[in-house]
Design a protein around this ligand. Structure first.
Ligand SMILES: Cc1cc2nc3c(=O)[nH]c(=O)nc-3n(C[C@H](O)[C@H](O)[C@H](O)COP(=O)(O)OP(=O)(O)OC[C@H]3O[C@@H](n4cnc5c(N)ncnc54)[C@H](O)[C@@H]3O)c2cc1C
Length: 438
């Protein structure tokens, strides 16, 4: 018998295929959903508006498989920072108010989620999903070419700017300790022993939380790997196909209208990231998924020995650094400003300056590639994985800042939701029930 430590992803797959599912969205969530659906014995077609997979938020994100650092963005401390979030031009988390009821509704729910009890519940729900995701991701990677995916498992350091931040981080660590991976609170010297390349940050560091088991992977390369291996398993890809409408009979979708004509469907999975609210509005219900705009730089290395091997989060600046092959991926910033895809030159310059301050001439900042993407965020950071009010439509949306980390686990929960819908007496699994019918 295969043990969980050696099982590959497909070990449990049945030989026979029953039922067909159309997945809308070929980001990391749609692709992992397709993989889990195939493994559960279904045939699958994946549609995406882009002509290649992984071109939305999954393209140039922070690359961190952050299984241990899952605290929701909504925390009690955020309330005290509200004036700064609204007024400061350069804060890493920034609210730009719009004449957009969806933004106000989302912000009100976000503020409600800042209560300690809600933040604690969110942390524990995300930790459980991250743990499942780790097992599933490891199984997928067992027969993958890890080097070509930029995979590394050197652990992660979350660098704290003050004793106050360290005390908060220790509390979060204690909350997670019974359920999550091993973590250590380390002082400045121990942090620099673990990662000497952080010496320039020394003067603004009070210590760090070290998680030896956290990993990093190139998200875009993982999306391409999923596509290649899913095609080999018979998954059909219809790329360059925008879904524009739905034909319904009673409480079921019978046909999708797309930029390339109609397509009849049996079951549908929505994995449309930050666009999800616009899609479900057409179907008469609301989901609290709002874009949280972020930026990244992909920076060539000049001196790899002077750039971290360990994944790093700079908690004060809300920046993450991950080594992907011969490059450093720097990602951060969160702007609540709607569907804005503009690459703001000031934000890019801030990222470049901060990276140069941290690693000097070891990085070739002049040849960095900037990028911006929209995290599909729910107010409490917990994704929505469930059957929708439309009976044959299932949701796998709202993975916010952790989509890459949670993708394989979320896909498994999605299959649980499909299986339960076919055997209704067993109850309906549902992570984050948040849906409003309009
Ligand atoms: C700056 C930044 C840094 C990040 N860093 C990390 C990190 O370090 N670790 C981590 O775990 N996560 C990170 N994330 C979060 C992660 O990238 C996202 O959670 C994840 O990519 C979401 O995947 P998705 O598949 O839901 O969305 P997407 O990748 O955006 O995919 C959605 C797809 O749906 C398609 N689509 C939408 N509507 C339609 C339609 N009507 N018809 C056809 N196709 C449609 C789109 O074209 C798109 O391809 C980061 C995100 C950002 C922006």
């Amino acid at each position: 018998m295969t043990s969980p430590a050696t099982a590959t992803y497909w070990d449990a797959a049945p030989a026979e295929r029953t039922g067909h599912v159309t997945v809308i969205g070929a980001g990391i969530i749609g692709l992992t959903s397709a993989a889990a659906l195939v493994r559960s014995g279904r045939t699958v077609t994946v549609l995406d508006a882009h002509t290649e997979v992984g071109q939305g938020a999954s393209l140039a994100n922070g690359c961190q498989l952050s299984y241990a650092y899952v605290a929701p963005l909504a925390q009690p401390g955020v309330l005290a920072e509200l004036p700064q979030l609204l007024l400061s031009r350069h804060a890493p988390l920034k609210i730009v108010p719009r004449w957009d009821p969806a933004q106000w509704r989302w912000l009100l729910s976000f503020l409600a989620a800042c209560r300690s009890r809600r933040a604690r519940e969110g942390s524990l729900a995300l930790l459980a999903l991250a743990s499942l995701s780790r097992a599933e991701t490891d199984a997928w990677l067992r027969d993958a070419d890890r080097a070509s995916l930029g995979f590394s498992d050197h652990g992660k350091l979350v660098v704290m700017p003050s004793e106050h931040a360290m005390a908060q981080a220790r509390r979060q660590m204690a909350l997670q300790a019974p359920f999550g991976p091993v973590q250590h609170a380390v002082g400045v010297d121990a942090c620099l022993d673990l990662e000497p390349a952080l010496h320039e940050l020394r003067h603004r560091m009070a210590g760090a939380i070290y998680t030896p088991s956290d990993c990093a992977i190139d998200s875009a390369a993982l999306c391409r790997d999923l596509e290649m291996r899913l095609r080999a398993r018979g998954v059909q890809f219809e790329l360059g196909t925008q879904v524009t409408g739905f034909a319904r009979r009673a409480d079921r979708i019978v046909r999708l209208e797309t930029s390339r004509g109609h397509r009849d469907v049996e079951s549908v999975v929505l994995a449309t990231g930050a666009h999800s609210a616009a899609v479900t509005r057409q179907l008469g219900f609301r989901v609290p998924v709002y874009p949280l705009k972020g930026y990244s730089l992909t920076v060539p290395l000049r001196d790899p020995t002077a750039v971290p091997r360990v994944s790093v989060t700079d908690a004060a600046r809300k920046l993450v650094y991950a080594r992907i092959g011969g490059h450093l991926r720097v990602a951060g910033m969160a702007e609540i400003r709607g569907h804005d895809h503009q690459l703001d030159a000031h934000r890019v310059a801030t990222l470049a300056t901060q990276t140069r301050e941290a690693f000097g001439d070891a990085v070739d900042i002049g040849n960095a590639t900037p990028w911006t993407g929209l995290r599909p965020a729910t107010p409490n950071s917990v994704p929505i994985i469930r059957q929708s009010p439309v009976r044959n439509l299932f949701l796998n949306i709202g993975h916010g800042a952790l989509g890459l980390t949670l993708a394989f686990g979320a896909a498994r929960r999605l299959v649980d939701a499909l299986d339960a819908a076919l055997a209704p007496t067993q109850g309906r699994p549902c992570l984050n029930p948040a849906i409003t019918t309009s």
